[in-house]
Ligand binder design. Structure first.
Ligand SMILES: [Zn+2]
Ligand SMILES: [Zn+2]
Length: 257
């Protein structure tokens, strides 16, 4: 059995935890150490329960707390060569922390969990997202991607659970408070997914085994949970209450597959 929960989701910080058997991994840690520890406790876990942190990319809302947590609790960090280089350039890499380089070409085994990184278009050095598996059930995470690719959709086909970015509503973004350059960056091909793009991606996937879908990384300025829910429900042909949402502060509670 694979179970997973979100500790935080959004531009204020992202952190997801997945568990199979005695193995627990974080996907990203964009939270400061105190906050990460507090939220883990809320999910019923201690820092010593964590085996590894899988990093998607160096942006602060994903990588900001990774090395502090890893150094404090002796946890290994998995990231791409490019993500490590970018974090080194920012002085974020803490010496002495065990680092394992991953690539978009090969899965890695961490105890009872297999993590399969896949490359995505986003304005970071070498970003990846992950599919996690216990050898049976598969959970896909897709956030921080400007536009879909055939490779992305192939990687996410036939999943049991999907955490899918619904960053913004296009009309709300352009009517909203951000400066023009930032609106263009977010909407651009290396930015983020809007509700409509996420709906289209979901509608093109093999969804035959899908039991959980959660909208994630929602902008607090440029989106509303009800809009994200409605878009994903349209793609699934289901009622909106079936679609979950990952919130900035609450994340979402454990789900099992
Ligand atoms: Zn992000
Ligand atoms: Zn990002």
């Amino acid at each position: 059995m694979l179970r997973f929960a979100s500790l935080a989701s959004g531009s204020g910080g992202n952190c997801l935890v997945a568990e199979s058997g005695r193995t627990r991994v974080l996907v990203d840690c964009g939270l400061n150490l105190t906050d990460a520890e507090r939220r883990l406790a809320r999910a019923g876990l201690q820092p010593s329960d964590i085996s590894a942190i899988l990093v998607t990319h160096e942006h602060g809302d994903h990588g900001g707390g990774v090395f502090d947590f890893a150094a404090a609790h002796g946890v290994a960090v998995y990231l791409t060569y490019g993500t490590r280089a970018a974090m080194e350039a920012e002085g974020k890499v803490v010496p002495g922390v065990k680092v394992v380089l991953v690539s978009g070409r090969e899965p890695v085994a961490i105890g009872d969990i297999e993590a399969r990184p896949f490359t995505v278009p986003h304005d970071a050095r070498e970003p990846v997202q992950y599919v996690l598996s216990d050898g049976n059930a598969r959970l896909g995470v897709l956030t921080d991607i400007g536009a879909s690719t055939a490779h992305v959709e192939q990687s996410l086909s036939g999943l049991d659970a999907l955490v899918l970015e619904c960053n913004y509503d296009l009309d709300m973004l352009w009517a909203g408070p951000y400066p023009r350059w930032l609106k263009q960056r977010i909407e651009g091909p290396f930015g983020h997914l809007d509700n409509r793009q996420s709906e289209q991606i979901l509608s093109r996937l093999d969804r035959s085994k899908l039991k959980h879908v959660l909208g994630a990384h929602l902008s607090q300025h440029n989106n509303k949970p009800a809009l994200a829910r409605a878009a994903l429900a349209r793609a699934l042909g289901c009622t909106e209450d079936w679609v979950g949402i990952a919130f900035q502060d609450e994340g979402f509670d454990w789900r099992s597959i």
